[in-house]
Design a protein around this ligand. Sequence first.
Ligand SMILES: Nc1ncnc2c1ncn2[C@@H]1O[C@H](COP(=O)(O)OP(=O)(O)O)[C@@H](O)[C@H]1O
Ligand SMILES: [Mg+2]
Length: 454
Amino acid sequence: MPRNSIALRLSGLFTLVALLVFLLIGGALYQQVDKGLGLLPEAELDARYSVLESALTRFGNPEHWAKINNKLKLLSEEDKRIRFWVVSGDPAYEYGNPDPQIRRFAQGPLGMRDLTLPGHPYPLKVLVSQLPAKELRPPLRFLIAIDTETFYETQHQLLIALISLAIVGVLLASALGYWVARIGLKPLIGLSEEAQRLAPPRLSGRLQLSSLPPELTQFANSFNSTLERVEQAYSRLESFNADVAHELRSPLTNLIGQTQVALTRGRSAEHYFEVLQSNLEELERLRSIINDMLFLASADQGSKATKLTSTSLASEVATTLDYLDFILEDAQVKVEVRGDAQVQIEIAHLRRALINLLSNAVQHTEPGQVIRVQIDVQEHQVSIGVSNPGQAIAREHLPRLFERFYRVDASRSNSGANHGLGLAIVKAIALMHGGDVFVRSDDGMNTFGLYLPI
Ligand SMILES: Nc1ncnc2c1ncn2[C@@H]1O[C@H](COP(=O)(O)OP(=O)(O)O)[C@@H](O)[C@H]1O
Ligand SMILES: [Mg+2]
């Protein structure tokens, strides 16, 4: 069990809450009961006094007084907590052998008072009353006392009971809280177990949303869409590896085959020269594939265009066309350039992109036709599009043409310098400059191009 598990934290919080609730309720209860308990001795004294009062006031002669003495004696034997004193100054009308402390106490104020006797841990609650003179007897002070020990003991027991109840309650709340939290967290535990099962290569599964509480569906949704992207990237990577191997295999097969044939028997110097020349072509093709892949890999790792120079796009197109001069002549196509814009660009990258776009256009244009390069300045960007007349490209291909190794016509795939990375590199270059690519196929014109931010 991890130290800071949610279940533990929740049960800790439950414990705190329970402690607070018990303190509040227990405190209030204790105060209330304590108040009631405190009133009990006074109520009892009042009750006793009202029973004795009439007899005490009515009788004033010694015979009656002896009866009263007896009654008081009986009463205090009946209930050991109760004690009586009568203080008058005349020994014939006294009761309870009042010692000097009691005498002094009796002369104090009338009403309910506390009296602490030596050797008594708890004070006595005493009701002091004054009776006027009657017949032969002088005025006297009548004291009824009750021992508060039982009340204090009850109070003490109540406190202990409340504290032990609170302790048990808090312990119970924390244990139950932990249990409840575990139950509440079950969907989360289930979810993480489910997520663990979805590691590569089993990326096609998704988290089930139907059984989840609403708090977790958003999380599961984002997890699922992340998984979707990972799955796509994963499958792209897989097919990319297959494509790379495939692309490298044919030049290698050619190299090995030609070399093996040349080695079967003695050849003339011219024959070896031809074989080597053909091998060189294949090797150059290999190098260009590897260079393109390295370029894409560095773009993938987020390398950005840095050596930015302010350049006229039209003049860069013109330079590129000079470079492609022979190819254009061979293919017997012309190129028209319209518009111009000044952009901040890494020139080597731009030329590479233009060569790729223009050589694609030349490859897909019939002799005698015209390729158009259109440069437009828009609000925040410049678009540069290379259009050539040609067969319409089916809609389903358009969004995928900039993917690596994606070709409409697979039979052309092994022809010469085409290895299906040209447009992927155009896209990488556009992205490196913070731009993007576009493709259109309408009215017998196919347009490939890129946007560059201004
Ligand atoms: N100008 C164009 N006209 C028609 N199709 C094109 C044009 N340029 C590119 N394509 C299509 O896009 C695919 C990918 O182009 P590219 O990445 O340059 O690879 P490659 O030229 O090596 O085949 C091409 O195979 C082709 O099907
Ligand atoms: Mg190409």
